[in-house]
Design a protein. Sequence first.
Length: 275
Amino acid sequence: MHLARSTPPSLIAEGLEYFDNDVRHCFALSTAVDTTNSAWKQAQLSLSRGGLGLRRLSEHSSACYIASLSMAGMCSESNRHLLNAINQFNEHVSNEEMVTLEAIRETPCHQKVLSNKLEDSMFAQLYSKSSLPDRARLLSVSSAAWLSTAPSPGLNLQLEPSEFQAAIQWWLGVDISGSQGATCPHCTAHSLDPLGHHALTCKHGGDVVIRHNRLRDVFAELYRRACISAQVEVGYGSASDKRHTRPADVLAANWMMGKPAAFDITVTSPLTSCK
């Protein structure tokens, strides 16, 4: 990163390409995940955009160099390397996001701002070339806490290597290992699709119910830790009312102004049909 900030991109372009290729190779070796070009583009996005934070340094080097000179107040018209970096940066962003020498001279820009513009453009291109299922997946993979949370084997909060591999494959939209040609063990009429959509939404076998109940219990436990009385799967009102009303997944007593609140926990998928 220091090299990209202090050296003109054109002078280190070849070395950065080698570095980026080595990052992809190391990722494939450590995860046993063979990524397609589109999946690798997604991996280069930040976690908040559904990527893995493995930015392509050869593409972000222009942002690094521009921001470094801009913050140092060294934006000279005679610096051809800076002008080349600006042109290189503008080739990868939309017209609205382009930068000019006058703009960065008047208002110093941070590297994060420029890199975010590059990522916005990359996400837009990736989204426009994706199929409808992939678009739904790209818009839904914004919760990346599982990627940044340290595993805790002592609390049994960790993923086995095969589980982590499958999660990464689903996250990037590549075929999940072992799914080709297999059928669902709970509903043999359905084949397991390579991307794992059916496995996540199959209503047979109890996995969907178990996932719902675990989320419900976590939700209720958070209330109890906040000293709010909470019960699960209970109704509210008189005995006759309870017989005719759907029980709440979580019923929080004295929620607001002395009144209780009923919460329904629902796990949705953008790839299931509407009913």
